[in-house]
Design a protein around this ligand. Structure first.
Ligand code: NAI
Length: 709
């Protein structure tokens, strides 16, 4: 079956791309062959005056190249050829004698955007599903079909670098402002507008484009000195962000620079050369694996397929309008557009919660992700009060009251008394077993955990925690709802710390121990950011809040005994009135909410002398291996269902370095037998907490891995 169909209207060929059997359009080898034939047909048919390229899919123009094909590439030369052929095809569109108009609705990403860039005119819809971007760097690649050349020529080098180096995509309105598209229309008139544009172009020729950016843009973009400044600033930013672990953004910058300074032919050559080199590199391989893992997870509802149908959530109830409750309500309003009722103990707190919701939506308004009417409408979805009014109609209630078992049980009983029998109750507890909360429930089959991370609107993960009694329908409903909130969802067991806090616990303990031994805080944190974490463990303790971390650490200690015994460090700091960032005093100092350096007085407080000769390799091993060992142990105990879920959870829950693929993938790469050896060495020096997990020792003996080689 062919992916492309052509109808001719008034001398304009309307080419519809609709890849059979796939939810989205992708550019695969087979599609490219079809495209090539079509382009020759268009070129040779003198009755054709112009063409429109449009998609037959509801949500995608072209979502990108077929990534499966990348994984089959084994040599740099083959990868380079793939990129070169993409460039050739795209160039043939650009050099057609008749104008081609791209009619863009839905995802227009990667190679899809590169193809659109080679068209002579672009019309996009103003629908929120319309997204234009070059996300290649997120897969450790660079745009390899001319994107590094055509984007800066169209929208200016600064704006282009901003998109290419971050991989961020833009909605239609922003794309119009940037000059990335020529017209913005509602979906209903996309086709007609594109046809009219093709007709106009056929008669009057291509439009002259206004260079963007004003005088400042002129000075920076059109002079060699100005551009040098732009390149330098971009490079600095990339280096600061990637701490040297991700080669793709620097390569992309280089491909853009060569193209602009030496001409497009040199630029294209650099582009396919770099693409080839990156596509078979370790970092890209890992990021592609992560991409497949998250894609597979999006289709996994955490229950045996077909065993239950998700309920539709028309109304959400949230109990507790504090930090987490308000974040949940705001994110649900924003992404699910669901009618939400927020309940707290007194009106002052309700008001504060509603303000937080307003802040989350307001932030989007400010960044022009929402229009004023959208903002007003979404704001009106959330209301609040001190009683359970409105909860009678709730399909799902999420509880985020104080972390107190008796209170949570009471809230569950109150909610059960006022909601429909089929309503689902989810607790956002971070440390209390869900089965304890559900112990006195009248409908335990409808109780589970939905563990969000803070801040809810930013953190991309949710852990869904069923108990033995939870019905599959409740699980699939929670999973789907979390996903609609924009989160990656993993289903985890009702074990202490669930998954994320479980593997975090020994890591944070170890960091606190290092501090107590006098190892400089800045060195500890720098060691782990150099390893690839976005923040170091000590800074993370300050972020989480020392009281919260202490409480969680205590729970883990009770559950797992000596191995997870937290050191006295936090108790001492809390005793000195330090709670971390939230009260402006922790391991670090804070000025106006910003970190202002390590607070050296903690050494006196802890009664240690700072050591000046700490060994970075040892710090790294102690921290990293504490987490890896725990991950292996927790997986073996069934805390998560699979290495895939565990790794994705670590990436999205704690920012485990993506280029390492996750803790379990990292163990495979380090080789389990070697990991066991290192752990045994650590145990000899630092104590039995480093004793290798039983399963890890078994893997070492039998040469097993978590993932197929
Ligand atoms: P918070 O103290 O900001 O908010 C709790 C809110 O619950 C307060 O506004 C309080 O007035 C309200 N509340 C207490 N009793 C109530 C009742 N009977 N009815 C209605 N509202 C009541 O606390 P936060 O940080 O939002 O935490 C809430 C829950 O989320 C806790 O279980 C916590 O363990 C969990 N959690 C917290 C995370 C964090 O980083 N803060 C992360 C993940 C989970």
């Amino acid at each position: 079956m062919s992916a492309l169909t052509t109808e001719v209207e008034n001398g304009i060929a309307v080419v519809t791309f609709d890849l059979p059997g796939e939810p989205v359009n992708k550019l695969s080898d087979a599609v490219k062959v079809e495209f090539e034939a079509l382009l020759i047909g268009l070129r040779d048919d003198s009755s054709i005056r112009g063409a429109v390229l449009i998609s037959g899919k509801p949500d995608s123009f072209i979502a990108g190249a077929d990534i499966e094909e990348f994984t089959a590439l084994t040599t740099e030369i083959a990868a380079e050829r793939l990129s070169f052929e993409g460039q050739e095809m795209v160039s043939r569109v650009e050099t057609l004698p008749t104008p081609v108009v791209a009619a863009i609705h839905g995802a227009c990403l990667g190679a899809g955007l590169e193809l659109a860039l080679a068209c002579h005119y672009r019309v996009a819809t103003d629908h929120r599903k319309t997204q234009l971007g070059l996300p290649e760097v997120q897969l450790g690649l660079i745009p390899g079909a001319g994107g590094c050349q055509r984007l800066p020529r169209l929208i200016g080098v600064r704006a282009a670098l901003d998109m290419i180096l971050t991989g961020r995509s833009e909605r239609g309105a922003k794309a119009l402002r940037l000059g990335l598209v020529d017209e913005l229309v509602p979906p209903s008139i996309l086709r007609a507008t594109a046809l009219a544009a093709a007709d106009r172009l056929a008669r009057d020729g291509a439009p002259r484009r206004q260079p963007t950016g004003g005088l400042r843009g002129f000075l920076l973009e059109r002079t060699a000195t100005g551009r040098r400044m732009v390149y330098r600033a971009a490079e600095k930013q990339v280096r600061a962000k990637s701490s040297g672990h991700y080669p793709a953004p620097l390569r992309a910058l280089e491909a853009v620079r060569i193209g602009l300074e030496q001409g497009i032919t040199a630029g294209l050559a650099a582009e396919h050369r770099f693409f080839g080199e990156l596509a078979v590199g370790e970092v890209s391989r890992k990021l592609v694996q992560v991409f497949f893992a998250t894609t597979a997870l999006k289709k996994d509802d955490g229950i045996p397929p077909g065993s239950a149908v998700p309920r539709q959530i028309r109304r959400l109830g949230v109990v507790g309008a504090g930090f987490m409750g308000a974040g949940i309500a705001g994110t649900a309003a924003l992404n699910v557009e669901v009618d939400t009722r927020l309940k707290d103990a007194d009106l002052e707190r309700v008001g504060k919660g509603l303000n937080t919701v307003g802040g989350i939506l307001g932030e989007r308004l400010k960044r022009r992700r929402l229009t004023r009417p959208q903002f007003e409408r979404l704001s009106a979805l959330v209301s609040g009060g001190t009683d359970y009014r409105g909860f009678g109609r709730a399909d799902l209630v999420i509880e985020a009251v104080f972390e107190d078992l008796a209170l949570k049980r009471r809230v569950l009983a109150e909610v059960e008394a006022v909601t429909r029998p089929d309503a689902i109750f989810a607790s956002n507890t971070s440390t209390i077993p869900i089965r304890d909360i559900a112990a006195e429930a009248t409908r335990p089959e409808r109780v589970l955990g939905m563990h969000f991370f803070s801040p809810v609107e930013k953190m991309p993960l949710v852990e869904v925690i069923p108990t033995e009694a939870t019905a599959p329908e409740a699980v699939v409903t929670a999973v789907r709802f979390g996903r609609r909130m924009g989160k990656t969802v993993i289903v985890v067991a009702d074990h202490p710390g669930f998954w994320v806090n479980r593997i975090l616990s020994p890591y944070l303990n170890e960091a606190a121990m290092l501090v107590a031994e006098g190892v400089p805080v800045a060195l500890i944190d720098r060691t782990m950011t150099n390893w690839g974490f976005p923040v170091g463990p000590v800074a993370l303790l300050d972020e989480v809040g020392l009281d919260v971390a202490q409480k969680a650490g205590g729970v883990m200690h009770v559950a797992f005994g000596d191995r997870l015994r937290p050191p006295e460090t936090l108790t001492r700091l809390i005793g000195d009135g330090r709670l971390g960032r939230k009260n402006g005093r922790g391991f670090y100092r804070y000025r106006d909410g910003h970190k202002a350096g390590v607070d050296d007085s903690i050494h006196a407080l802890l009664g240690v002398r700072p050591v000046s000769d700490a060994d970075v390799a040892v710090i790294e091993r102690r921290l990293v291996y504490a987490m890896l060992n725990e991950a292996a142990m927790a997986l073996d105990e069934g805390a998560v269902r699979s290495p895939r879920d565990g790794d994705v959870g670590a990436l999205f829950g704690i920012g485990f370095p993506a280029f390492r693929g996750g803790p379990l993938r990292a163990i495979d790469d380090l080789i389990p037998s070697r990991v066991v050896e290192v752990l045994r060495d650590l145990a000899d020096v630092h104590g039995p907490r480093f004793t290798p997990a039983a399963d890890l020792a078994d893997m070492a003996v039998h040469g097993r891995r978590f993932y197929p080689a």
